[in-house]
Design a protein around this ligand. Structure first.
Ligand code: RIB
Ligand code: CA
Length: 311
């Protein structure tokens, strides 16, 4: 099967970092570039962290700078989970030469999509700010892309407020624009990503593997574990690896087409993704394929193999 061309847009925090490693090593995925967006951490940190991960995994990919703040809201990062530097406060060296491209993420993404009409799979794993700017500036981009498979939203409860998931909460206006864009959308919301977790024992085994990549994935998640353990989560959710894994192994997942919208005005429910999955009142549109289940055992097996193969 011809490898799938993929562009990742990341707020490179700890689980984004693992997702980039997965995209680098997963058979069937041809990672074209990574763009940085603010979210878990500042855009500058996300940009530099992406370079750090490329150096760690021995991959050289173009890394583009993106939005430094959400479309309308002020930026609130997630340092309590991802640390001040975005990588769980684990220090990684930068490559000697960053070779920073002059064009911003939204223009570089458009140029890449135009070079392969209908082929490029966009995988946002942070707030959708860069994607929204790209769609505003280049109105033909949603249909030039093959699809947008994003980590964000939740048909159920949120993880930042009782209603909203972090990526949608951070930039609900960008999420609204993307949901209404007409692009072919697949949503990897908390409904499925909370199932995609490493147990502490599995993470310890990565550290014990003697590989730098395994040790990093263990160490960068230790800070998050303190927060997650307290709220009773069974392990370390690899939220951002879900969209990458879905593209190469859709057989591991189950989902349904649904109408999905996002709240942008209310205070209590700002960022809430509203779906008609569980309602007898249906939206007059079915705009998103919503993933609901994943074979966790196989997911973790493949992800572990990819991480350890980096060395
Ligand atoms: O809600 C989880 C999402 O928010 C993940 O993408 C994580 O990296 C944070 O950005
Ligand atoms: Ca993320």
């Amino acid at each position: 099967m011809k490898p799938i061309p993929v562009w990742m847009d990341c707020d490179t925090g700890t689980d984004d970092a693992v997702a980039i490693m997965l995209a680098h090593r997963l058979e069937g995925i041809d990672l074209k570039a990574v763009s940085a967006v603010c979210g878990n951490t500042t855009q500058q940190n996300a940009y530099l962290n992406t370079h750090r991960i490329c150096r760690l995994m021995g991959g050289r990919y173009p890394v583009y700078r993106g939005a430094e703040r959400p479309l309308m809201k002020p930026l609130h990062t997630a340092a309590e989970v991802h640390g001040e530097n975005g990588l769980g406060d684990v220090e990684l060296p930068l490559p000697e030469d960053l070779a920073t491209p002059p064009e911003p993420a939204w223009d570089a993404l458009y140029a890449c999509a135009k070079s392969m009409p209908g082929e490029l799979r966009l995988v946002p794993t942070g707030p959708l700010t860069n994607v929204a700017i790209a769609f505003i500036k280049h109105p033909d981009l949603p249909t030039l892309l093959h699809s947008v498979t994003f980590m964000g939203g939740s048909a159920g409860p949120g993880n930042v407020t009782p209603a909203a998931e972090f990526n949608f909460y951070t930039d609900p206006h960008a999420a609204e624009l993307v949901l209404k864009s007409g692009a072919k959308l697949t949503m990897c919301g908390l409904d499925v990503t909370l199932q995609a977790y490493f147990t502490p024992e599995q993470l310890d085994a990565l550290a014990a593997s003697g590989t730098r990549a395994g040790r990093f994935v263990h160490d960068c998640n230790q800070r998050a574990w303190k927060a997650l353990h307290k709220i009773g989560q069974p392990g370390f959710c690899m939220h951002d690896s879900c969209p990458v894994m879905f593209l190469a192994h859709p057989e591991l997942f189950e989902g349904e087409m649904a109408g999905v919208a996002v709240e942008t005005r209310a205070e209590l429910t700002a960022g809430k993704s509203v779906t008609d999955l569980y309602s007898d009142k249906q939206f007059p549109f079915k705009n998103v394929f919503v993933l609901l289940k994943v074979d966790r055992t196989r997911f973790i097996e493949i992800l572990t193999e990819c991480i350890l193969s980096i060395g």
